[in-house]
Design a binder for this molecule. Structure first.
Ligand code: S3P
Length: 165
């Protein structure tokens, strides 16, 4: 079986679903945000504040190149902006089966409101920020995905069940 890559907007549940799926498949779980924070010894919000978004995007691409060489089977949850770079889209599809966890704007806004850890959603006008980013990314997610799973109104365990099928 191939690796599974979970892709989707911020708040889609990639990390929660990924952990649960990896447990069910008895394989390693890797989260790109967590991995970058561990390697850097600082939070993503600090990387954005100290070095800017592009530096973080370069770290994401470097990490994918490393993961491409990983011989163990794993479930990978990626940051929501990862597929925006064309180079990353190719790497992701090469790493494994890319599943798009698709969530409605309304549900995303409910889940991320009050969150302080995501630099791209800070500073007010949350709905406008989510709308603009979603409009820019929806097509990219659809184009990159091997499979699409709708997550609205589903518990993480229900999404995992669907993925296992
Ligand atoms: C980002 C999503 C975040 C994180 C960073 C940027 C994005 O990950 O990588 O804040 O551009 O959508 P999650 O999707 O896990 O929140």
């Amino acid at each position: 079986m191939k690796n599974i890559v979970l892709m989707g907007f911020m708040g889609a549940g990639k990390t929660t679903v990924g952990k649960c799926l990896a447990k069910a498949l008895n394989c390693e779980f890797i989260d790109t945000d967590e991995q970058i924070e561990k390697e850097q010894g600082r939070k993503i919000s600090e990387i954005f504040a100290e070095e800017g978004e592009q530096a973080f995007r370069n770290m994401e691409t470097e990490l994918l190149k490393c993961l491409q060489k990983n011989e163990e089977r794993f479930v990978l949850s990626i940051g929501g902006g990862m597929p925006v770079r064309e180079e990353n889209r190719k790497l992701l599809r090469d790493i494994g089966t890319v599943v798009y966890l698709k969530t409605s704007k309304e549900e995303i806004i409910r889940r991320v409101s009050g969150d302080k850890s995501r630099p791209l959603l800070q500073g007010g006008a949350l709905e406008e920020k989510v709308t603009n980013l979603m409009n820019a990314r929806e097509g990219i997610y659809e184009e990159t995905a091997h499979e699409v799973v709708l997550t609205d109104g589903k518990l993480p365990e229900e999404v995992v069940k669907k993925l296992l099928k």
